[in-house]
Write a protein of this length. Structure first.
Length: 323
């Protein structure tokens, strides 16, 4: 059984890698959007966001634009003209974005967010091109305009705001530790000398090095590869967002997420190129509507509630960013 689990996990990683390679067509470059308005009429502050305001995004439009009312030259109009939304996602993060082995489709909580944005821009039957990327590629594909958005458990930080833009927070996660049952690891303070796997180039790696400096960091391209390393004894633990670890534990009956309070805050935002603030405002309007019509709760209940528990609330958005 254990060998079967290892094989299945490795297969998922290989499929994800092949999917990445197959999505090589470059998108039509989008025009640079006009600077974000300094006042939205929403009653929120418009002072430039300081470094302590990583959660502060651009306020949504007071009246949400529709496919019939997009302003000429707007990012949304350009995407509509192209005929499809291009999104950077994961294909091996179970529950958030993973390929269903029966249908071949990528699905999960993050994918529901992508589809809601696509429908708002393109209408019913919206076409979506899902580009499978690693966590380390999220910033690059946005800066190079290879995608319109990234929805891949992307934590909002002040440093990342320097290079990309974010929507308002759509989910609040936290970093934890996953171990093999029977492990002597009981928490963050017991990681000294232990081999802990994290995906390279992620905030999880930065946090682990900062909070557990004596841990032996094992780098992988994805959390799925970390699970394989754990199963093969190359790592003794995995550290990452609780959402991601919940998906790993659901795939391996010998893995368990430590029942301790998350030691970081990981606010997920939709990543958007920095020069497209109009799209940020539009996406914030979509997230606002998902809260009003129950779509956010329905998605959470389907994908995350069975593992993380019910009763979660969509984070309260913070607006007011002007630059």
């Amino acid at each position: 059984m254990r060998r079967l689990l290892v094989g299945m996990t490795a297969t998922l990683a290989m499929v994800a890698a092949l999917a990445t390679a197959s999505c090589s067509v470059e998108p039509t470059p989008l025009p640079k959007a006009a600077p974000a308005a300094t006042s939205s009429g929403s009653g929120t502050s418009t002072a430039p966001a300081a470094c302590s305001d990583a959660l502060q995004s651009y306020a949504p439009y007071s009246t949400q634009p529709t496919p019939d009312t997009f302003a000429a030259g707007s990012t949304m109009a350009a995407i509509k003209k192209r005929g499809r939304l291009i999104a950077g996602v994961s294909a091996d993060t179970y529950l958030l974005g993973s390929r269903n082995p029966l249908t071949g489709r990528i699905e999960g909580f993050d994918i529901d967010i992508v589809n809601a944005i696509a429908r708002a821009i393109l209408g019913k039957g919206a076409r979506v091109e899902l580009r499978v990327i690693t966590a380390a590629q999220r910033q690059t594909v946005l800066q190079d305009h290879q995608v319109d958005i990234v929805v891949r458990a992307y934590s909002m930080t002040c440093d990342r705001w320097k290079s990309v833009a974010f929507s308002a927070e759509y989910y609040h996660a936290g970093q934890k530790i996953l171990i093999r049952k029977g492990s002597s690891i009981t928490g963050l303070r017991t990681l000294a000398g232990k081999k802990v796997c994290v995906p390279a180039g992620t905030s999880s790696e930065d946090n682990l090095r900062r909070l557990a400096p004596k841990a032996v960091v094992v780098l992988a391209a994805t959390h799925t590869e970390c699970l394989v390393d754990l199963q093969q004894g190359k790592a003794e633990a995995i550290s990452g967002d609780d959402t991601v670890l919940a998906g790993l534990a659901a795939q391996d009956p010998y893995a368990v997420v430590l029942d301790e309070k998350a030691f970081t805050d990981e606010p997920y935002g939709v990543g958007i190129p920095k020069d497209h603030p109009d799209l940020v405002r539009f996406v914030n309007g979509v997230l606002r509507e998902m809260g009003k019509d129950g779509a956010w709760t329905a998605s959470y209940d389907r994908w995350l509630a069975p593992t993380l528990g019910g009763g979660a609330k969509q984070p309260t958005p913070q607006y007011g960013r002007a630059s």
